[in-house]
Every structure is written in C-alpha cells, then in structure tokens.
Design a protein around this ligand. Structure first.
Ligand code: NAG
Length: 358
C-alpha cells in the first residue's frame, strides 16, 4: 500500500515540488521499507534503517534514548550526507509532531521538545534520539527518518510510560465533567487523561469500573472484567465498552486518568490526632511536604508498594487508603486504592497522605 502510493507519487510529474518528507510516505507496514531505484548511479544500494522491535518503557522525569541506526547494503565506500528527521506520529486525535531535524552538525528541535531532545551519535551511523525529562504526553510512536537525497527510509520506535490508570469523579458526583473539565481534573491530580491503549492495558490487568469516563481521544468508555446485570447487562462480553465519541462540551461523564511512576515519595503522616482537611494540609507543610494528590497516591500504591490501612485526606478533599495485601478489616478482597468519597472537610476522622518531591 505504502509502496504503491509512493510509486504513484513518483510517477506524477509535479511530485518533485512536494516537500521531500511530507508525511505522505508513511506506511503502517514493515519497520524499514525499501524502494529500489532501478537504474541509476546507485543501482543496487539499499539504505536500511534499524530500530528496536520492542516497546521501550520509561517513566516520567527520566531520560530515555530511542535507538536508531542506518547502514547501506552493500556498504558504501564514500559516505553520503544524510538528513535526519525524528517525528511523532499522530495518535489520539493529536496532530503529528516534528521533534528534531538534523543536517550535518546542525540540529533543530521543535515545540515542547525544544531543549529536551538531542541526537545521540556515539557510534557510526547512529542517529538515536535522546529525550530528557520525559513528560506524560511523550508516550507514543516515533519515526526515525533518514534522507540521503536519493532515498528516504525510516523506522519506528514505540515509547510507553509506566503508569497507572484510575477512574476519577469530582466532588460534585457522577457524570459532571465535560472533556475540558475532565482534562483539568486529571491535571489537578498530577495525571493526564488516559489513552485507549492505557485503559485497555489496565483492563487486561483487571480494572473493572461501572462508570463511563472520558479518554484522550474524546471517546467515552468503561472497562468491565466481569459482565453483570447492573453494569450493561449479562449479554455483553467483558471488555472495554464504548459509548463512542461524545460532544466535548455538552456531554458529561467521569474520566480515566493516567498517573506515571513518581519522582518523589508519598507517605502516611504519623500524627497523634485525626485532622480536618485544612489541618491535614498544614501538617504536611510542617513536615516539609505537600498533601498528596490522587494520582500520586495511585502511583505510590502501584510502583512503590504503598500499603496502609489508614484512610487519609488528599489534596482534592477526598479520603482514601492504598491496600496492596488485602486483609481482614481492611476493605474488599482485591488490592486497590479505597475511597471514602469526599467527606465533610471539617470532620476529624482521617489522617493524611503527604507527598515530598525529591
Ligand atoms: C538527564 O540528562 C541531563 C543532561 O545530561 C542531566 O542533567 C539530568 O540529570 C538527567 N536526568 C536524569 C533523571 O538522569
């Protein structure tokens, strides 16, 4: 398909006026495509771009290298100058994004990547991309494109962040968030709206939730591990069920947030008394920390094994506790972060979870 399209483009008389790398050439198929150029001075020489097959996993705040290398088959005696272009494929409705372009020693990076990306060329013909201080939005598929004036070939690198998906409902209750508000709600919890892939993986790991929530692509879904009457009926198989795309402004649901592995530490504050919400915030401050956010508590539970049977206040005014090893008098039989909803802020029934960045 990609090949066909390309042959078609090349045979058009006006094709030379197109920018050389306009994204048209992208094809979903193999990781490195080759198009023979038939007769010509470089007859029989193939440009090959290599990238790893496996998805790379990293975490928020980390530095990561997306490996990419190229060579010629058979090897060339005198190297040809090449241009390198790294770009991020469009996904979840986000536009395709230029990341970095390099010609010789000159590099240019774009948008949010400016100052955070760097071409790594330790070995010969290595053109790996280093990304510093990974952000929640950096996950996705990146294309490493090598352009030598006669050919352009590319390889794909898939980057995923380690994280945890959690459903979120604001204080006002069920189905109160339009898409904009859903994004803000996740951000306020130190998280981002989850993608479909992230929710799907969470479902594979057992997430079951009977309220529908927004996802990054503005679709609305819910993950069901066990079909049941009160939750869409018994007739449907378990799975991630969809309401399809909804109106971003007019429709209101909950949201699925994605929280990446933490840089800092979440802990239950040892304190002689139970606290009101404002006392709780103050107590964390006095301890040189901040009251923890919901996304931080989920990340600590998932990645640091935080396991504590005491309910504590969180920044949004909810009270929760994280259980890794279920036990008697400590909630349901599965591991999870339990919620007491949003209690009266003046009540003195809870402790507090604090967060301390490194
Ligand atoms: C990432 O790389 C930058 C630049 O080399 C360095 O200053 C920073 O400490 C690194 N961060 C981590 C988490 O290793």
């Amino acid at each position: 398909m990609g090949l066909l399209l390309r042959v078609l483009l090349l045979s058009l008389p006006c094709v030379s006026s197109l920018p050389f790398y306009n994204g048209f050439y992208y094809s979903h198929s193999p990781r490195s495509r080759n198009l023979g150029h038939g007769e010509g001075p470089f007859h029989g020489v193939k440009l090959v771009v290599e990238t790893p097959e496996d998805t790379l996993f990293s975490h928020q705040g980390a530095n990561v290298t997306l490996p990419c290398r190229y060579h010629y088959e058979p090897a060339l005696v005198s190297p040809r100058p090449v241009r390198i272009k790294w770009w991020k494929l469009s996904e979840n409705g986000a536009p395709e994004q230029d990341v970095l372009v390099a010609i010789g020693l000159r590099h240019r990076s774009f948008g949010d990547y400016r100052g955070r990306v760097h071409l790594r060329q330790i070995e010969e013909r290595e053109v790996s991309l280093e990304i510093w201080d990974l952000q929640l939005e950096d996950y996705g598929r990146y294309r490493c494109e090598v352009i030598d004036g006669l050919e352009d070939e590319s390889g794909l690198v898939e980057l995923e962040l380690r994280g945890v998906v959690f459903p979120y409902q604001p204080r006002q209750g069920r189905y109160r968030l339009n898409f904009q508000e859903a994004r803000r709600a996740c951000e306020d919890q130190d998280a981002a709206v989850a993608s479909f892939e992230q929710l799907f993986r969470a479902w594979e790991e057992g997430l079951d939730w009977c309220n529908a929530g927004w996802l990054q692509d503005a679709s609305v879904r819910y993950p069901i591990a066990l079909a049941r009457q009160r939750c869409g009926g018994l007739g449907l198989a378990p799975g991630v069920r969809s309401y399809g795309p909804r109106h971003r402004r007019l429709h209101r649901y909950d949201v699925f947030c994605f929280s990446a592995a933490l840089k800092g530490q979440v802990y239950y504050l040892e304190h002689p008394e139970r606290l009101t919400l404002s006392e709780a915030k103050e107590a964390c401050r006095e301890d040189g920390a901040q009251i923890a956010k919901v996304g931080q508590l989920f990340a600590a539970w998932k990645f640091r094994g935080l396991d504590r049977c005491d309910a504590g206040w969180l920044a949004d005014g909810s009270a929760r506790y994280p259980v890794l090893h279920p036990r008697p008098n400590c909630g349901p039989l599965e591991p999870g972060v339990r919620s007491f909803g949003f209690p009266d802020p003046q009540s003195r029934k809870y402790g507090v979870y604090c967060y301390r960045p490194h």
